[in-house]
Write a new protein. Structure first.
Length: 135
């Protein structure tokens, strides 16, 4: 709503204040969101989880790709193994062995046709699951 004062048009004071207040509130909310999640930009789930099974040795190898700058502070904190949908093992870690791709081996008795899943969970954000049908 505009009003004429002499030779120029002006916005009524109440409308200007509400626009300034709305803009300030929007900026405050954005600031709180960015400050509240400072590490989310650098956090990511594992890129890849690949399984292989040695039926002669009954060993499951889980190869995980999770690229990080500091494997002591940003790492795969947990690997959960499931066989045919039921939890078989959960192993927790305090770091990851390398800054990019690494492998863990787990003893596992599996019969041909068993569905094996391994889920790697990041210490900061996200997880990824790989699947394999036992040979």
């Amino acid at each position: 709503m505009l009003s004429s004062k002499g030779d120029h048009w002006s916005i009524p004071r109440r409308t200007r204040c509400s626009r300034v207040g709305t803009t300030a509130l929007s900026m405050l909310i954005a600031l709180v969101l960015f400050a509240g999640f400072p590490f989310a930009a650098g956090a990511h789930s594992p890129k890849e989880v690949v399984l292989s099974y040695d039926s002669a040795k009954h060993i499951l190898e889980v190869r995980i790709t999770h690229s990080v700058k500091d494997p002591a502070s940003h790492y795969i904190k947990k690997v959960e193994i499931k066989k045919n949908g039921k939890a078989s093992s959960v192993t927790e870690y305090q770091s990851q062995p390398g800054p990019e791709t690494f492998s863990y081996s787990y003893p596992l008795d599996a019969a041909p046709g068993d569905i094996i899943e391994a889920t790697g969970t990041c210490s900061i954000f996200g997880s990824k699951t790989g699947k394999l049908t036992a040979p």
